[in-house]
Design a protein around this ligand. Structure first.
Ligand code: ASP
Length: 328
């Protein structure tokens, strides 16, 4: 039995959270592959490390000192390192990164360092092997993921080992680091689960699972116990944010159930995502909505005898750089 457990930013926010994660990992020996995000917010007014790294990059671009912001990053990870009594050479890594920033660093490489640092510290804390995403998550030149090569590489690196992997980035064919889109550690976790043919992909976050509606709008929203991949994908397209929309496909293709769990409430049942056999008590699984999203209904007489009208309509969207997706 193998579980890939991915922990999001709020689950990784401080030393107390690392302790919760260690309890979760130790409570189930099949949790042998851990994927982590950069440290997220500790409270409402706090900063996410990834946002601070983007800010550092903007300062570097304009030739403005980012010392103050970099110091905040140093302190966040320094506190975790000190409070947990870790031994990994964090200071050395941070000093090297600072001088790399002076010499010129790409935006993707700089912002990927949040996950990198989180994984280094977590690997040390759990006593697991650190496996860098740059060693196995490979992109094609067009920015899509080379699944075959990536899966084979991770299998060689992680089979039968206990490992911690940083989420959110991988390696381009030219040897440069590239990040996924924001929230992309969910995708790394799904790819790792598919590569290693895991029995479950656990996605540990700060809510009890997928809710029937946005609780900020609908106070009676409740956790959905089970949902299909197709339903989940539909809800994420429509704005549900629990899981990155591109994280569903790799797990779906490999037939790996996804379990959304709450690091702050590990005993909660969470939400299970599978391909079928989902019994719903209610005819409606959930409700989601997205602003700036339009539905276009085209009606015209004798459409059945016309050629090329779909292409003409869609090329208009393409011209204006508007993405679309087709209703099933
Ligand atoms: N740290 C990245 C972000 O804030 C990726 C992630 O957390 O999944 O978007």
């Amino acid at each position: 039995m193998l579980k890939v457990a991915k922990f999001g930013g709020s689950s990784m926010a401080d030393a107390g959270q690392y302790q919760k994660i260690r309890d979760i990992i130790r409570s189930d020996p099949s949790r042998r592959v851990v994927v982590v995000s950069a440290a997220g917010k500790r409270s409402a007014g706090d900063n996410k490390i990834t946002d601070l790294l983007y800010l550092c990059y903007a300062h570097l671009q304009y030739g403005v000192s980012c010392d103050g912001i970099y110091q905040m990053i140093r302190e966040r990870y320094g506190d975790i390192h000190r409070e947990l009594g870790l031994r990994v050479d964090l200071e050395g890594v941070l000093d090297r990164l600072r001088s790399q920033m002076e010499q010129g660093i790409s935006r993707d490489e700089l912002v990927s360092r949040g996950e990198y640092l989180s994984a280094l510290l977590m690997a040390d804390y759990l006593g697991f092997t650190f496996v860098d995403a740059a060693q196995w998550l490979f992109f094609h030149y067009d920015g899509t993921i080379d699944q075959e090569k990536s899966y084979a590489a991770l299998r060689a690196l992680a089979r039968d080992k206990c490992v911690v992997i940083p989420g959110f980035y991988g390696l381009m064919p030219d040897g440069k680091l590239r990040t996924l889109t924001r929230g992309g550690s969910d995708i790394t976790g799904a790819l790792a689960a598919a590569a290693l043919d895991a029995d479950v992909y656990e996605n540990w976050t700060d809510v009890d699972g997928m809710l029937t509606a946005d609780p900020r709008i609908v106070s009676q929203a409740v956790t959905i116990p089970a949902i299909t991949y197709a339903e989940l994908q539909e809800m994420t397209y429509q704005g549900a944010t629990v899981l990155h929309e591109d994280a569903v496909r790799p797990a779906w293709d490999a037939g790996i159930p996804i379990h959304i769990c709450n690091t702050f409430h590990p005993e909660a049942a969470g939400t299970w995502i599978r391909s079928e056999n989902v019994l719903h008590e209610n005819p409606v699984t959930g409700v989601a909505g997205r602003k700036g999203f339009s539905i276009i209904l085209i009606e015209k007489e004798k459409m059945n005898a016309m050629v090329g009208y779909v292409r003409k309509t869609l090329s208009c969207l393409e011209h204006h750089q508007v993405p679309f997706f087709r209703e099933q």
